[in-house]
Design a protein around this ligand. Structure first.
Ligand SMILES: NC(=O)c1ccc[n+]([C@@H]2O[C@H](COP(=O)([O-])OP(=O)(O)OC[C@H]3O[C@@H](n4cnc5c(N)ncnc54)[C@H](OP(=O)(O)O)[C@@H]3O)[C@@H](O)[C@H]2O)c1
Length: 158
């Protein structure tokens, strides 16, 4: 199984505030959709609640300590190993939030990172620091939208 993470992070690894994202980048949402479509996706309960509904075309797996958490369109599990067992695809995507990225980071094989040139000192959740001696990187593409420059970078564990 390949464990991949997908995240959009700012200059200081910031990823969110008040259970929401820090920017609105439609082209990045398209990248997220294209990359995860057809795959199993694993997320924390708060990230699930930040979405309007379960994401179509993907097996949604939600982690919560409450096994009865009501998550229409998703499978609820109570620990990170159970979530991996529920995956129906060879590549599984960890889609956040911060607590879930942290939990899976040590076993991740690939990181699909959108690096956004943006800082928010009031962010309240962060992505783990990437040690560049452990990962090789490849720029997939770059662009600018809504006044924000970004790069899509694929990191692979060495
Ligand atoms: N920039 C990005 O790409 C991106 C992507 C995703 C999310 N985000 C942002 O990240 C923020 C949410 O992150 P977060 O860390 O606050 O919340 P989260 O990781 O989405 O969810 C946290 C919840 O997941 C459950 N959980 C986590 N680890 C668990 C474990 N080991 N066993 C059982 N349950 C576990 C718990 O649910 P219970 O409390 O129900 O037990 C916990 O309260 C939001 O601001 C969101 O917008 C950003």
């Amino acid at each position: 199984m390949t464990v991949s993470m997908i995240v959009a992070k700012g200059t200081n690894n910031e990823i969110g505030k008040n259970n929401d994202l820090l920017w609105y980048l439609p082209s990045d949402l398209k990248f997220f959709k294209a990359t995860t479509m057809g795959k199993s996706i694993i997320m924390g309960r708060k990230t699930f609640q930040s979405l309007p509904k379960a994401l179509p075309g993907r097996k949604n797996i939600v982690i919560s300590s409450d096994k009865d958490f009501d998550a229409p369109g998703a499978t609820v599990v109570t620990d990170i190993e159970a979530a991996l067992k529920e995956s129906e695809t060879e590549e599984v995507f960890i889609i956040g939030g911060a607590s879930i990225y942290k939990a899976y980071f040590p076993i991740a094989h690939k990181l699909y990172i959108t690096e956004v040139e943006f800082e928010d000192k009031d962010a309240d959740v962060y992505f783990p620091e990437i040690d560049l001696t452990e990962w090789k990187s490849e720029i997939l593409d770059e662009g600018e939208e809504n006044g924000l420059k970004y790069k899509h970078i694929l990191y692979s564990k060495m």
